[in-house]
Ligand binder design. Structure first.
Ligand code: SF4
Length: 375
């Protein structure tokens, strides 16, 4: 089984914190759809896995594509892949795009799950992050998506925004919980280099996120999501009734995936590949039927580090059986480095493996980097 990721590199406007690959000019949108279809014809015949488990349209803002454009990409995929067992077809969407008409056209397409970038229900924070939607649109799109029959919904929220008080963060979460959304992803605001937010902080126009407040809001998130019936199954992800995100969970378990579109990454179990992160160059190379791809062979140490990085962030943790399957040098290293964290109760050793404790989740980045194997 394989996952398929399609990167749609356009956004109406640039959110201040974002460092993903996208363009705010939609001029090349039609050419991009053609180029992605060409890439499917070029790469799919050589991709070793035919059976597809999940399809994920990410970006950028894939909700800028019409239902018809999405269906055309599906049709091209179906020429090469067995899509009969696709359990999850996700589209990332922004609230301002999800009009009733758009939702109707998506409901007529093969998309069965929407990942909605709400980020906040507070107008002030939406403006701070330069989001293109309003709080009212955030509420309305959830109601309309349910009305249109989309019951597989996931919503993104951001905490740690300078000025966001603990009480406001609780309000944001309560606003979301009233909709009984099956899945949510919550991220701390991070300041990435070369973003508008980075510039604003560097020039003193904005405060940086307050680390103590970020930790406090993360703990509030843990407590409130649990009280509302969510399982905290990955550092940033919460699900009701085991409705885990299949596509992302496959990444965390090292399953293969094919990435299409500019900047998209692929993984075949041994190599990581990534497409050029430049829209005109990508389109041009597809027009001349040339792949614009870089490839990196992953060493055993790379694969061990990636396994630690992904698994330790999940509630399943590092599995003992998987550890035993690794070369002795890595399993020994893991057991030696994890011991102090077991002793100070940041990591729990269970019969199956090693998982972060509730307190350990606050230190997830530090713990995983300490477990890495550096040659
Ligand atoms: S809509 Fe998403 S991809 Fe586009 S700029 Fe905002 S956060 Fe980035």
């Amino acid at each position: 089984m394989t996952g398929i990721y399609i990167h749609v590199p356009f956004c109406k406007q640039a959110c201040s914190y974002c460092n993903f690959h996208f363009s705010t000019s939609l001029r090349l949108k039609d050419d991009m759809v053609e180029a992605i279809i060409r890439e499917i014809h070029l790469r799919a015949p050589n991709w070793p896995w035919q059976a597809v488990d999940t399809i994920y349209f990410g970006g950028g803002t894939p909700s800028l594509l019409s239902g018809l454009e999405l269906s055309r990409i599906y049709d091209a995929l179906s020429m090469y892949f067995d899509l009969s067992n696709v359990k999850e077809s996700t589209l990332e969407a922004n609230p301002d795009d999800l009009t009733p008409e758009k939702l109707k056209s998506l409901a007529d397409s093969p998309i069965n799950r929407l990942s909605i970038g709400i980020q906040s229900f507070i107008e002030r924070d939406l403006q701070y992050m330069n989001r293109a939607h309003t709080s009212e649109e955030a509420h309305k799109c959830i109601e309309d998506a349910y009305k249109m029959g989309f019951d597989q919904l996931t919503v993104d929220l951001i905490y740690g925004v300078p000025g966001l008080t603990s009480a406001e963060w609780e309000d944001n979460l309560n606003n979301l919980f009233q909709y009984d959304i099956p899945h949510l992803s919550c991220y701390a605001l991070t300041v990435e280099p070369k973003t508008a937010l980075h510039h604003q902080i560097k020039t003193g126009k904005s405060d940086p996120p307050d680390e103590a407040l970020v930790a406090d809001q993360f703990q509030t998130l843990q407590t409130m999501s649990e009280h509302n019936g969510y399982e905290h199954y990955e550092i940033s992800n919460f699900a009701k009734d085991k409705q885990y995100a299949r596509h992302n969970t496959s990444y965390w378990f090292g399953k293969p995936y094919l990435g299409l579109g500019p900047s998209a990454h692929s993984y075949d179990g041994q190599h990581r590949q990534w497409n050029v992160a430049n829209n005109p160059k990508y389109i041009k190379s597809m027009q001349s039927r040339q792949l614009a791809i870089e490839t990196e062979y992953l060493s055993d140490a790379d694969r061990y580090n990636e396994m630690v990085l992904c698994r330790m962030r999940t509630m399943w943790g590092m599995n003992k059986a998987d550890l035993e399957g690794l070369s002795e040098v890595f399993s020994k290293h893991f057991l030696q480095e994890v011991k102090p964290y077991i002793d100070n109760e940041k990591v729990i050793e269970s019969a199956d493996g090693y998982q972060l404790s509730r307190a350990g989740k606050l230190l997830a980045d530090k713990i995983t980097s300490d477990l890495f194997y550096i040659d």
